[in-house]
Design a protein around this ligand. Sequence first.
Ligand code: ZN
Length: 310
Amino acid sequence: MNKREKVTIYEVGPRDGLQYESQFFPTEQKIKLVDLLADAGLTRIEVTSFVHPKAVPALSDSAQVMAGIKKRPGVTYSVLVPNMKGCEGALASQADEFALFVSASQTHNQKNVAMSLEDSLKGFTEIARLALEAGRTLRGYVITAFGCPHEGAVPLDSVRRILDVYAELGVREASLGDTTGMANPPQVKDMVRRLLEAYPGMGLAAHFHDSRGLGLVNSYAAFEAGIRVFDSSIGGLGGCPFAKGASGNIPTEDTVNLFEEVGLDTGVDFDKLLKAGQLVKEVLDAELASNTSKSGRPNWQPSGEETNHC
Ligand code: ZN
């Protein structure tokens, strides 16, 4: 049997997803969720954000969550680091990777973090130095990389300007964020191809939102253009409070299903993944946005049970 090509799913639900939930997801349930996600075979998990508790009350327990999870060998646990204060918290935690973020659009960056994107980038220098010195790795988000709800089209040069800084700082992977779901497949292919060519030394990941139902098609377009790391969120949790109408991240269940369905290896145990989704559903008492969590175990994973009722 041929060895299947691998794709990596970077789980953002506990951070990108839960940060927008109005009801507080209890700390012990967050810890349980992260452990279930790791148990399902996800090897990269963004656990929380060391953001000011007043800015994002939903993640005010970041230190406790990081202290409570059972770290599994082979899993990289990341945390979002918005500023120096957050960096201190992250350094004191057992996080393996620090994730930085900036918008490719000036207006969105102002609205998101109340500073110019130049100031955001400047602020990363010290954080990156401290992180690398402490043996942690760096990931960098480029938010609104495919379009901005305020400014419209985002020139490729705006994205490149950020990637140049990330490369200098020692960021090992940049994640291209379609924060408000404005991307389309040909645009994704074109942009990804150009960026992969321009930054051969830097890993690129794709981070799609499903605001207009194009999240998975865009992911596949990014795959065809050469990306092998995909951000997704358990149950499709998440949104963007600063961009009206922007709905959640692409659901991890559906993303895993897509790639397994076309013969790629995600390394994820789908039944265990459903368990993690079930926890989210129970705690939030809400329907999940993922399709495959409703339709049950897909065909690509042989099952003893009959699941194909039409
Ligand atoms: Zn997102």
